[in-house]
Ligand binder design. Structure first.
Ligand code: CTP
Length: 397
């Protein structure tokens, strides 16, 4: 609940602006007050009247409107709120924010505020991936701006990819979390992610194809629900999310130590693709090619099973979630794995190359618990993450 909280909602000019109306409805329902500010372009996509009517408050639009300044100056407007929320944050608004421009009311309040700012970007996929937008995003995140979305999917312009506005319910959850609420507020969740690298010698290693995308999305989703997240990650290709405590490791043995150091936790989600074996006859120096034609013979030792250790160890998190990457008989193997490893849930997926899941953007999972197997439809990894985070929140409630 957001009773008594004040949100300054800046509506940018994008086709997704209509979703801001649904967000206002959710915010009002939870007891927050909403003051709408529209950019000039924002007012082309959603009428100021509908925003004011839903918010039950007047809207603001013009920096030089003397009536506005007489009633409430832009400085006061920017500071009276508990949180500034930008929906949708267009490429142009993000660029203005990143460079500190203040040429209209929206950009001026964003520059003048002493409160936290949360943006929900939405734009064409090419605009989102453009190095300029990604640079601006990094700058804004470095400045402490909270970012929710964008989602993957089909866009109004007919293209497909990242750039869709996050759903209003997800933006609402991020607002709740930013204001110290959220169903996981006060909870600590440990997440492992990415592959591990097992050295052969100082320059070579054995790895796997995990990108760390699913683990990073889970950590972000848990954070968005208000959890404090410790994120233990192997050398992943996907960067860790903002706003979580990142612990970087390389080998399974290092991951095991980092996980132990990260406990106690209310829940643990072990999404890492941990190498089962390490090379026990590692070369202290680079192994040289033997000119007599003899090939090096690697010997292996089994790595500690981190998930089983957490499930059977102490202090045990109330909820321990493992992953199972299978290529055959997914449900059967994962069901056996849940019992063998002693965890509460297993998120199982088929990582056969034909599925395109490992290293891809989508996932099709089966959630296995003591209640049986629940098949989820194939969906983007960030949606799998959100659904899982919501289930975790419900289990810890
Ligand atoms: N896991 C772990 N420590 C290991 C190996 C795996 O914590 N040394 C965890 C993974 O993070 C994942 C789960 O165990 O949550 C399943 O990993 P997986 O590699 O699929 O299972 P295995 O135990 O390797 O079983 P198998 O090789 O028979 O598939």
């Amino acid at each position: 609940m957001l009773a008594g909280k004040r949100i300054l909602l800046i509506v940018g000019g994008g086709i997704a602006a209509y979703k801001a109306l649904e967000l206002v409805r959710l915010l009002k329902k939870s007891g927050a007050s909403v003051t709408p500010v529209l950019t000039k372009a924002g007012a082309e996509f959603v009428t100021p009247l509908s925003l004011s009517a839903l918010a039950g408050e007047r809207h603001y639009q013009d920096l030089f409107d003397l009536t506005d300044e007489a009633e409430m100056g832009h400085i006061q407007l920017s500071r009276a709120a508990d949180l500034l929320v930008v929906v949708p944050a267009t490429a142009d608004l993000m660029a203005k924010m990143a460079t500190g421009r203040a040429d209209d009311l929206a950009s001026t309040v964003l520059l003048a505020t002493d409160k936290r700012v949360l943006i929900a970007p939405a734009m064409n996929v090419r605009m989102w991936h453009h190095p300029a937008t990604q640079r601006n995003l990094a700058t804004l995140q470095g400045d402490g701006v909270l970012v929710v979305g964008p989602d993957q999917g089909e866009m109004a312009c007919g293209e497909f990819g990242a750039g869709r506005l996050a759903e209003p319910g997800v933006i609402f959850a991020a607002i709740e979390a930013a204001l110290g609420g959220g169903p996981l507020a006060g909870k600590h969740v440990l997440v492992t992610s990415g592959p591990t690298h097992e050295p052969i010698d100082p320059v070579r290693y054995i790895a796997n194809r995990s990108s760390g995308a699913q683990g990073a999305a889970i950590a972000a989703a848990l954070r968005d629900l208000g959890a404090r997240v410790t994120f233990v990650t192997g050398p992943a290709t996907v960067p860790p999310p903002q706003g979580v405590d990142v612990v970087r490791v390389e080998t399974a043995a290092q991951m095991a130590l980092a996980v132990k150091a990260g406990l106690p936790a209310d829940a643990a989600v072990m999404a890492a693709a941990v190498a089962d074996w390490r090379v026990s006859n590692q070369g202290a120096q680079k192994i040289k090619k033997d000119t007599s034609g003899r090939l090096p013979a690697l010997k292996f030792a089994e790595n500690e099973d981190i998930l089983a250790g957490v499930s059977r160890g102490s202090p045990r998190p109330r909820l321990v979630v493992g992953f199972a990457a299978e290529t055959t008989n997914v449900v059967e193997h994962a069901t056996a794995k849940r019992l063998r490893k002693g965890c509460d849930w297993i998120v199982a997926n088929d990582v056969s190359p034909a599925t395109g899941i490992m290293g891809g953007t989508e996932n099709a999972v089966v959630l296995i618990s003591d209640q049986g197997a629940e098949t989820w439809p194939r969906m983007p990894k960030d949606q799998v993450a959100r659904r899982l985070a919501e289930r975790i929140a419900a289990a810890l409630a």
